[in-house]
Write a protein that binds this ligand. Sequence first.
Ligand code: IPE
Ligand code: IPE
Ligand code: MG
Length: 244
Amino acid sequence: MSLSQQSELPNVPKHVAIIMDGNGRWARLRQIPTIAGHKAGAEVARKITECASKMGIQYLTLYTFSSENWLREKSWIDDFMGLLRLYLRNELKALMSNDVRIQVIGDRTLFAPDIQELIKDVEEKTKNNKAITVVLALSYGSRDEMVRAFKRLSSKVKAGELDPDTINVEDISMSLDTANLPDPDLLIRTSGEQRISNFLVWQMAYTEFVFVPTLWPDFTESDFESAINEYQQRSRRYGLYASA
Ligand code: IPE
Ligand code: IPE
Ligand code: MG
């Protein structure tokens, strides 16, 4: 199905989340430095953002660096942080001209101060952009996010601002980093792994999953369109009866 035909279908997902996995394996297969795999991966993220925006997808959440990725070796982290700095610095012009808003979820306090500044800056400068919101999950882990949310709620209870008997789903959702975002309609994970690796656990209660074997740096616009197309064939029921 062509891009234009697809966006005419009524059920274009509003929010797509992607676990961009396989950069390391892609580099290893080519016997090139791992960081080259992440560079190639970043280029793909840029291309897929453009494609998602054209399709009318409003939110694209990209799992970029997990809370558990901090456990990798220091040299890997240093290289990755170098690349992150570079992109946060150099991407602003393109984000502005493509009308892309950037939001970051995750525990940003763990980043070096200059990276925290760059994040704040890109969020602030793109905040009125309207074509698509790209949510970068950076130092993000669902359990970590939930712990932070429960702490926030408990301090409200302690301060007498919240009655624990009234706590509901909405209160918890609104205490997460994703407070202002709709839940993802579709999750795509590349590289053949079929797990969610601590990504948006609460938010994906009713998300449709598409797993593809392609390594992220090889993922194309056409692979993305196929995943969207697969989503469009699914029947989401939210616990109700299947239609005959
Ligand atoms: C995914 O690529 C990106 C990050 C985790 C930062 P990996 O680095 O996990 O690549 P593989 O899974 O080892 O191939
Ligand atoms: C998930 O990939 C995190 C990102 C893509 C940023 P990982 O490569 O870290 O996940 P596991 O370790 O295979 O579960
Ligand atoms: Mg991986």
